[in-house]
Design a binder for this molecule. Structure first.
Ligand SMILES: NC(=O)c1ccc[n+]([C@@H]2O[C@H](COP(=O)([O-])OP(=O)(O)OC[C@H]3O[C@@H](n4cnc5c(N)ncnc54)[C@H](OP(=O)(O)O)[C@@H]3O)[C@@H](O)[C@H]2O)c1
Length: 281
């Protein structure tokens, strides 16, 4: 197996490359300095030259609010860039992993979304990530689409690091309590994906840690586990106006993982504990 991983400077790409290396799998982690996803020739030249038989595509335009104004670049990276990579994967007959998001769903109601449920993104980022999924499905047969949400990893910024930072200067915080989802630890996703790519169980999967919470409940658990003494108050999303609308319901069913012989990820509380330990908390 020879694996090319995009988004190496990001949260998820970094952990996937490190896990592959620890398993002695031949791999390379690339980022925008190696090739810009918006430049088809650079993408093709680099990938053909490396000649992987698996491509794990973690890179994306991920600035959700900025994307509302920066639509063109977001589309170029998330849709065109994904299409360029998928085209080379087809040429090489390589397996392809694409990371998508809970934001492909409208996020209404309280049901658990299944992989085949009707999509309907409500913001630009979600629209482009869904179009990226469609490009992958249109061009390839040997693909894994992994929808993840509320991602945290050691290499990058995320909600946990923000909460810990804020708690150093404040004794009270308000956190949104009307968006429900599942946090996702990069190290756990990396472990599953490294198993997935050894199989031919292609298709779309939901890959998040087990259990559900609101951002408020997530924040409370972070401070509890980190031993920080701070008051957290629950508020509605309306208290924090943002450019891009967020889904209120990000509940995603992971039954399909088990049905296909993959292990479910540990609970988000367990993942949080390991993350805090790894960052020295
Ligand atoms: N973070 C979340 O909460 C979340 C939730 C659901 C799904 N996802 C998806 O999961 C995947 C991994 O997310 P993440 O949190 O690891 O993302 P991240 O930390 O924001 O990393 C994204 C990476 O993509 C690179 N990139 C951006 N534009 C590029 C371009 N034009 N050419 C080449 N590389 C480019 C970035 O490089 P620079 O740093 O050099 O710009 C960065 O290394 C993404 O597909 C994302 O859409 C993330």
């Amino acid at each position: 197996m020879k694996v090319l991983v995009t988004g190496f400077n990001g949260q998820l790409g970094y952990d996937i490359v490190n896990l592959l290396k620890s398993q002695n799998v031949e791999c390379v982690g690339v980022d925008i300095n190696d090739f810009d996803l918006t430049d088809e020739k650079s993408v093709r030249d680099y990938v053909l030259n490396y000649n992987p038989n698996v491509i794990v595509h973690c890179a994306a335009y991920t600035a959700v609010d900025k994307a509302e104004d920066d639509r063109e670049l977001c589309y170029k990276v998330n849709v065109d860039g994904t299409r360029y990579l998928a085209k080379v994967a087809k040429e090489l007959d390589a397996k392809f992993v694409y990371f998508s998001t809970d934001y492909v769903f409208p996020g209404t109601g309280t049901q658990m979304y299944k992989e085949d449920d009707q999509t309907g993104p409500t913001n630009q980022y979600g629209i482009t990530k869904l179009k990226g999924e469609e490009a992958v499905k249109e061009l390839l047969e040997k693909y894994f689409i992994c929808r993840i949400s509320w991602v945290f990893g050691e290499n990058g910024n995320n909600f946990i690091k923000t909460m810990l930072r804020l708690s150093e200067t404040r004794d009270k915080l308000t956190v949104v309590n009307d968006q429900i989802g599942s946090p996702t630890y990069c190290k756990d996703v990396a472990k599953l994906v490294c198993e997935m790519i050894k199989t031919e169980k292609y298709g779309t999967y939901h890959v998040t840690n087990e259990g559900l919470c609101s951002w408020y409940e997530f924040a409370c658990e972070i401070f509890k586990q980190a031993g920080r003494n701070i008051t957290v108050e629950p508020v509605d999303s309306t208290a924090f106006p943002v450019k891009a609308e967020r889904p209120k319901n990000s509940r995603m069913s992971k039954d399909k993982l088990e049905e296909n012989g993959f292990e479910r990820l540990p609970t988000w509380q367990d993942a949080l504990g390991r993350f805090l330990k790894n960052i020295g908390e």
